[in-house]
Design a protein around this ligand. Structure first.
Ligand SMILES: Cc1ncc(COP(=O)(O)O)c(C=O)c1O
Length: 377
């Protein structure tokens, strides 16, 4: 699925020098290396504030808490995401409210969100948390309009979308606040856990910085109950190095995605969608959005058998995500049931992520598509 060695090897000396710089500085938590990464990240994303923290999960909590979301508030999000999109809302003391996804993009469907706002409990909603799933921005025009009309905060789960754009504007600067993950498999990755929150609001940024250090504005004077969720110096140093290359890596991911598209079409395997018939449905890039291809996800009615076949040929694949969040054991307290979000449930049965990373070779992609062709024939 991912060969990080191909990314690390050419950068080995540069990364080691950056790590040695942190060791010598002895600034192991936040410090100059994290500050330098925060400044460069803010510039790259075109936002006024970028605040480093310890993971994407903590970034989501920080974004929500800093935007004033807490007990008594409800937040609408998607049932088809990584668990943290919902658990961070609970961790902030708020109530998650789910709405179904668009079957073409797998992203939260703004029309379903609007229905939810007019339904029971809609009055308690204070924020919307769309996820830019697989690296493609959610439909930001419609979410911005919903936020404005209903006076809601709109917060981006941009964990999978470093460098993605919506109509020329980078993810991270689209909503009131955004959360990124630098988990080692992400398109911009640390050498361990790390995350970041971004915003264009001075007030929200000040609260993010306060909340990531136990609610302190002044050392050992605690204004609020925050948490310990700071970025390590070593992670800041690694990320500062990798930030120089991410635009090029994202371009290479696009080339890989385009090659998959071409190979599937040439083999006559591309169904029209949104659901598969005899072939597979290829991922759809929405006009006006720039996908960063964190994942290349196809849809197949025979997903489980296809995956087994690929595994038997030593071809990696992954299911993001096999169980929609409303059916997770840990979230039974939300009182949803099977059938509540049919698109998310169907996607969970049919999606399959294929290997994608900047250094993936054409011959390797040919092997993947040839195996899928063999299975389907
Ligand atoms: C959509 C989404 N949100 C949140 C997270 C949480 O990030 P982390 O693993 O860095 O805590 C992830 C990463 O797995 C993710 O994919």
């Amino acid at each position: 699925m991912l060969d990080l060695e191909r990314q690390n090897q050419p950068l080995r000396q540069e990364l080691l020098d950056a790590l040695a710089g942190v060791l010598d500085s002895r600034q192991f938590i936040l410090g100059a290396a994290v500050g330098a990464f925060e400044a460069a990240a803010a510039e790259t994303l075109g936002v006024t504030h970028a605040v480093g923290c310890s993971s994407g999960t903590d970034a989501l909590w920080l974004a929500l808490a800093a935007a004033g979301i807490g007990p008594g508030a409800a937040v609408v999000t998607t049932p088809f995401s990584f668990f943290a999109s919902v658990s961070a809302i609970l961790r902030a003391g708020a109530t998650p409210v789910l709405a179904d996804i668009d079957p073409t993009t797998f992203n939260l469907d703004p029309r379903m969100v609007e229905e939810t706002l007019h339904g029971p409990g809609g009055d308690e909603v204070r924020a919307i948390l769309p996820v830019h799933l697989y690296g493609q921005p959610a439909d930001w025009n419609l979410f911005t309009a919903l936020g404005r009309v209903h006076r809601l905060a709109v917060i981006e789960d941009a964990a999978q979308a470093w460098g993605a754009e919506w109509q020329g504007k980078k993810a991270g600067g689209l909503g009131d606040a955004a959360a990124f993950s630098f988990y080692p498999t992400k398109n911009l990755s640390a050498a361990g856990d790390a995350g970041m929150v971004t915003t264009n609001s001075d007030e929200i940024a000040e609260r993010m910085r306060m909340l990531r250090q136990h609610g302190m504005r002044r050392r050992y004077y605690h204004d609020e109950v925050g948490w310990s969720t700071r970025m390590d110096g070593f992670q800041g140093a690694v990320l500062r190095v990798k930030l120089k290359y991410i635009a090029e890596w994202n371009r290479k991911r696009r080339t890989v995605a385009e090659r998959y598209d071409a190979l599937f079409r040439k083999a006559g395997l591309a169904d029209a969608g949104p659901y598969s018939a005899r072939g597979v449905v290829l991922p759809h890039e929405v006009e006006g959005s720039t996908h960063v291809w964190h994942q290349y996800v196809i849809r197949s009615a025979q997903r489980d058998a296809l995956r087994e076949f690929l595994t038997s040929r030593s071809i990696g694949s992954e299911i993001y995500y096999p169980v929609p969040l409303h059916l997770q054991t840990a979230l039974q307290g939300l009182a949803y049931k099977q059938g509540d979000f049919p698109e998310a449930e169907r996607a969970a049965r049919e999606v399959l992520a294929l290997p994608i990373f900047p250094e993936l070779r054409e011959d390797e992609q040919e092997t993947v598509v040839a195996a899928i062709e063999e299975f389907l024939s």
